[in-house]
Write a protein that binds this ligand. Structure first.
Ligand code: PLP
Length: 394
């Protein structure tokens, strides 16, 4: 079958490929610890599941409005207004089947070939993939390790901006490093962006999984609201990855374009899921708090354990559920080490380069797995690295 030329420019997410390889090894009888996939290992809160069951029984099984059910758009507007300290109205909210469609549709709506996109690298691979797909120009910005923390390199960021920059993508808390843009970082970014004719896509999907400080959205800073799209959703905060529910908050004119793209593609998001999502936002938040507390304990466990491994150093992440250890001291490259850990140590993780070229020298572990499994993975890796097998393979 002959594909359109543009298909050769579309990338993918390596996590799913590594998961498939790990599953194959398991089918052959191997025991694998899964630290590759970026989804909470918790159940969706019971009251949200019950609300979906009731909605199905009540007949919420038909098409709904393309931009989302009014009651959900209202609940999202209220939540985002309160959490970001801005006044959001329901007509600025577009409900989507997941967090990703806001990214894809926004880029489709805004980018012409040749427009420049500034984005984090390492970063969520879809930013780079869709930039290439649309014939836009990649302007990746790297991270630096500073005083035990990984931080976005704001000097590099500045040097990547130009008069051709059309879109800036930020992501805090960040996948894959777990780093956070502080309030001061956001102020610095806003000062660089405020007077430019560009749009900011603030990917805030991990905003509820934060271990220190308060989430600051760039949209809440003077002059930024009218040029910012906030991307958020239910996948991470409420352990609802399989529900496919997310949203974008944006200026109304863009909301109309993005809704039109939705009409051309998915029509609307499943109605009973949206009815349940209102309960996720307006119901008790205890499950979210419990999940974050458990993630914090696991973060502390895995960071301490990684720092004891020969050739590995690991900064303390401030959010999300990922760690991004520096593995240059092992003498191995990221991809060969990730492959060897899967094959020889039974630990599935991702190479830093799965998130872009600047991820070389790092691995990403998702700690969305039990403390017991994390301890097992650490023990297996310790044995593998101490054996010197790593050096022999290198
Ligand atoms: N943005 C980032 C940074 C992510 O890591 C993810 C998922 O891993 C998404 C967006 C997409 O979330 P969803 O599964 O809701 O489409």
């Amino acid at each position: 079958m002959r594909m359109a030329d543009r298909m050769s420019r579309l990338g993918t997410e390596t996590a799913f490929e590594v998961l498939a390889r790990a599953r194959k090894l398991e089918a052959e009888g191997r025991e694998i610890v899964h630290l590759e996939i970026g989804e909470p290992d918790f159940d969706t809160p019971k009251h949200v599941v019950a609300a979906a069951q009731k909605a199905l029984a009540d007949g919420w099984t038909h098409y709904g409005p393309a931009a989302g059910l009014p009651q959900l758009r209202e609940a999202i507007a209220a939540r985002v207004s309160a959490s970001r300290g801005i006044a959001v109205t329901p007509d600025q909210v577009v409900v989507q089947p997941g967090g990703k469609p806001t990214m894809f549709y926004a880029m489709l709506a805004l980018l012409n070939p040749g427009d420049e996109v500034v984005y984090p690298n390492p970063g969520f691979p879809i930013y780079e993939s869709v930039t290439n797909f649309l014939g836009a120009v990649r302007k990746p910005v790297r991270f630096v390790e500073e005083k035990g923390k990984i931080r976005w390199d704001l000097n590099h960021f500045k040097s990547q901006l130009s008069d051709r920059t059309r879109l800036v993508i930020t992501n805090s808390p960040h996948n894959p490093t777990g780093s956070v843009l502080t309030g001061d970082d956001q102020i610095e970014l806003a000062a660089m962006l405020r007077d430019r004719d560009l749009v900011v896509l603030a990917d805030e999907i991990y905003c509820d999984i934060l271990y220190e400080g308060r989430h600051v959205s760039i949209a809440s800073l003077p002059g930024m609201r009218e040029k910012t799209i906030i991307l958020d959703g239910f996948s991470k905060s409420y352990a609802m990855t399989g529900w496919r529910l997310g949203y974008g908050v944006m200026p109304q004119a863009l909301a109309e374009s993005i809704t039109r793209l939705g009409i051309n593609c998915h029509s609307c998001v499943s109605s009973f899921s949206q009815v349940a999502a209102v309960q996720a936002l307006n119901g008790p938040q205890d499950d979210v708090r419990k999940m974050v507390a458990e993630f914090r304990a696991r973060r502390d466990l895995i960071v301490a354990g990684l720092n004891k491994l020969p050739g590995v150093t690991c900064c303390m992440p401030q959010g999300a559920f990922y760690v991004f250890p520096n593995i240059t001291g092992t003498g191995m490259g990221s991809k060969p080490l990730a492959d060897a850990l899967l094959q020889d140590a039974g630990v599935a993780c991702l190479s830093g380069t799965s998130f872009g070229a600047f991820g070389e020298g790092y691995l990403r572990f998702s700690y969305a797995n039990s403390q017991e499994k994390i301890k097992k993975a650490l023990a297996n890796m310790e044995k593998f690295l101490a054996d010197g097998r790593a050096k022999r393979i290198a």
